[in-house]
Design a protein around this ligand. Structure first.
Ligand code: ZN
Length: 489
């Protein structure tokens, strides 16, 4: 065995154990009996310490120093293993354990504070989380800024500067479009009640329409929709509401985008450093293009209108065109996860600016609620009336996810680029989508993006697919054309 072979064999077991840990997390959100919570915490902590020991094993450093990659793919394995190893070995074990402990407490306190609309009850523990992540960033950053060091976990190679420039270029177009659309009359939404078992059945059917492989996955109910796992076991969750059937349908299409990315990675990369999506931004590009550019297209919604009519009867809209307008209704709101395509990225930009200031130390945690509310008023023109609609709405900061939010908008930008290239390469897409046939689009995405897993760097795979460096322009063109036509502006 060469050093390269030893390293990959060690990595394979580490990835397999990480998949087991992920499945414990899936179980916790779906099946676990309530009384098991405390024991599960200990089980997960035990798994985490095994994983940490494997990731920082001194032999990994020796193998990395000695390994000769047999080819370019071998070099990509080394790149990914080295990135994780260097980060893990720079963080003292005491700090890693303290971050795990405090974020677990903070998540509980956040949930309570949100339920009782009491941001002051959450701020002390959030200040502790911010301080720990600052300390961690200082340990790993080298000559990078703290924020860039954290961002790199979710989007390797990205910097606040390049993302900030992209957001600055995107914002004026979004604001102008929003102003025009909000000046027009909004279309009516769906009415009626929708049986939740029928919704689950339709959700499974639509997941299959978008290529989800049920022999290597399953759909269950959870409080929050998510996708979990890689390779031969990729599971998703959804939630249903009797009054609002579009939520379960579109969150399922979104999660199927994430899940099929994982299911479609080249099986040769299974249980290796290349065997999963390359970054959160590229991941979100897959979920977003499935959900929005395909799922909310006029062509696909005409098919969906027919299927929903067969399942539920009258939907309260006159025809397929009315359904298309209802699915794409633009409404200002407080909540990021409920935002339409025009507003969504403005919510992300607010968080990006505030979290950079928090991590840099330019914004004190105690000033966060005020800063949030002021910024929200400036961006959206309304006063935040309660913390659950303001700075307490997202779980991310409580669990220490700083640098994660911008990958949502990066994913939208990448989806815009991919969509233009897809339309160029697959010209008869709409005729197929109108029959409920997404195969042309998903075959193209599998071939160009998904099968590569983490073989190429994030920007590299988007640029190679689109034939140009990623830019915000295609997303803006798509949004202006779609919502300009829908609202006659
Ligand atoms: Zn997503």
């Amino acid at each position: 065995m060469t050093a390269f072979d030893d390293l990959l064999a060690h990595q394979r077991e580490t990835v397999a154990l990480a998949q087991v840990a992920g499945r414990l997390g899936w179980d916790q959100e779906t099946m676990m009996p309530r009384g098991a919570a405390e024991q599960r915490g200990e089980e997960m902590a035990a798994m985490e310490s095994v994983l940490h020991a494997r990731r920082t094993d001194p032999r990994v450093g020796e193998w990395l120093a000695a390994a000769q990659p047999p080819d370019e793919t071998g070099a990509a394995h080394l790149r990914e293993i080295r990135r994780v190893w260097e980060r893990a070995t720079k963080v003292p074990a005491r700090l890693a354990a303290e971050i795990a402990r405090v974020t677990s407490v903070a998540q509980g306190q956040w949930a309570e504070a949100r339920a009782s609309e009491d941001s002051a009850a959450f701020l002390p523990v959030l200040a502790r989380v911010v301080a720990l992540r600052q300390e961690e960033a200082d340990a790993i950053r080298g000559d990078r800024s703290r924020y860039d060091a954290l961002l790199d976990d979710y989007e390797p190679g990205a910097t606040a500067e390049t993302i900030g420039a992209m957001f600055d270029a995107l914002r004026p177009g979004l604001v102008a479009l929003r102003e025009k659309v909000l000046g027009a009359t909004p279309p009516p939404g769906l009415t009626g009640r929708y049986d939740v078992e029928d919704q689950m059945a339709l959700t499974r059917e639509i997941a299959a329409v978008f290529g989800y492989d049920f022999t290597r996955g399953r759909i269950d109910r959870a409080v929050h929709p998510f996708s979990s796992g890689s390779g031969a076991d990729v599971r998703i969750t959804t939630r249903t509401s009797e009054a609002e059937p579009l939520g379960s349908i579109y969150s399922t299409i979104h999660e199927v985008g994430h899940a099929t990315y994982e299911q479609n990675v080249d099986p040769a990369y299974a249980l290796s450093a290349l065997g999963q999506g390359v970054s959160m931004g590229v991941h979100e590009s897959q979920s977003r293009i499935y959900e929005n550019q395909l799922g909310r297209s006029r062509a696909f919604t005409s098919w969906l209108f027919g299927r929903m009519g067969e399942v539920f009867g009258d939907l309260g809209v006159a025809d397929a065109e009315g359904f298309y307008a209802a699915v794409n209704r633009v409404e200002p709101g407080y909540i990021r996860t409920e935002a339409d395509e025009v507003h969504y990225n403005l919510h992300v930009m607010l968080r990006f600016d505030l979290e950079r200031a928090l991590i840099a130390g330019d914004l004190a945690v105690e000033d966060l609620p005020g800063a949030w509310n002021e910024r929200f008023h400036a961006d959206f023109g309304v006063e935040v009336d309660r913390p659950s609609r303001g700075c307490l709405q997202d779980v991310h900061w409580s669990v220490g996810l700083f640098g994660y939010f911008p990958t949502y908008t990066l994913g939208n930008v990448y989806a815009g680029c991919l969509h233009e290239a897809l339309r160029r390469d697959v010209p008869d897409l709409d005729a197929a989508l109108a029959r409920g046939d997404t195969s042309g689009a998903r075959d193209w995405l599998r071939e160009k993006v998904q099968r590569h897993g983490a073989r190429y760097q994030p920007r590299e795979v988007i640029a190679a697919t689109c034939g140009a460096e990623p830019s915000e322009a295609p997303l803006l063109r798509y949004l202006e054309a779609k919502f300009g036509a829908l609202y006659g502006v």
